[in-house]
Ligand binder design. Structure first.
Ligand SMILES: Nc1ncnc2c1ncn2[C@@H]1O[C@H](COP(=O)(O)OP(=O)(O)OP(=O)(O)O)[C@@H](O)[C@H]1O
Ligand SMILES: [Mg+2]
Length: 246
């Protein structure tokens, strides 16, 4: 898997250089621009998949790279990355958001509601940024894939019974939801519920299984609330204040 990183990076650099017309040669036609944009999206997807699989492997080896980060630094990049896959300019605007009000505004244009106390925006937490990125990206990509119109993201820091703290992240969509009989199955590798929508881009059935491993390795938990026709809400709790073992 690691060997795929170099060819992917070379292809991505090449496509970017063509899109940006680096050596100022003749202009690209709209058709060429469209094809290159599609290639860039696919290669970014492939890069995400390879990195996610490598991260699950690292996690299973007990590797957790916690760092002190601001919550906004953990949450904005993965949300922007997911939006960027379908709307490059919105992705760029979201990435550039420097405060919560501008993020709320940009997200609402995409039918996404963010519910988070403003005091948490610059709250420092000690967590593994790659793992948080993967968790948020996967939940968001599912919600975008399965929603009818809207998505709600809820972020909070909650006290635990033993006076510790948990980071709480929930992603809720208004799609068809998930029947009870599948509530365990969807966390297994390669499992996907039969889907007859024609416009739907099939994934690999690896996202939830992967992030469940990351969440459990970080000492956290994931919950699913959903019923047929009622949308789906995936919630994650991650204990804060766990120091890295050195
Ligand atoms: N928000 C959701 N609403 C309805 N069904 C969902 C939702 N999230 C996941 N599922 C179901 O669970 C299955 C497994 O999800 P998972 O994220 O593991 O894989 P995937 O999205 O199909 O592919 P991948 O994440 O590997 O690209 C999905 O194929 C879908 O059937
Ligand atoms: Mg997925």
């Amino acid at each position: 898997m690691h060997d795929l990183k170099t060819p992917i990076a070379i292809i991505e650099t090449g496509i970017n250089s063509l899109i940006n017309n680096d050596n100022k040669q003749e202009q690209l036609s709209p058709r060429q621009q469209k094809i290159l944009a599609r290639l860039l999206r696919s290669i970014k997807n492939a890069k995400g998949l390879v990195n996610d699989i490598l991260e699950v492997g690292r996690s299973s080896e007990g590797i957790i790279n916690n760092k002190w980060c601001l919550l906004c630094e953990l949450l904005v990049p993965p949300i922007a990355e997911i939006i960027d896959l379908t709307d490059y300019s919105a992705g760029e605007r979201i990435k550039a958001c420097e405060d919560m009000d501008s993020l709320i505004k940009e997200l609402s244009k995409k039918g996404i509601m963010l519910n988070m106390d403003r005091r948490l925006w610059r709250r420092e937490v000690f967590l593994d940024p790659r793992k948080i990125n993967q968790i948020v990206r996967n939940l968001m990509s599912n919600a975008i894939k399965f929603r009818k119109n809207t998505i709600e993201i809820h972020v909070d820091i909650r006290k635990t019974k033993d006076q510790g703290e948990n980071l709480f992240i929930a992603v809720k969509d208004d799609g068809e939801g998930i029947e009870k009989i599948y509530h365990r199955k969807i966390f297994e590798n390669y499992f996907q519920i039969e889907d007859d929508r024609e416009d739907c881009v099939r994934g690999h059935g690896l996202g939830l299984a992967g992030i469940l491993i990351l969440i459990e390795d970080m000492g956290g938990k994931m919950y699913l609330e959903s019923g047929e026709g009622k949308g789906a809400k995936f919630s994650v709790t991650l204990p804060l204040g766990l120091c890295s073992i050195s």
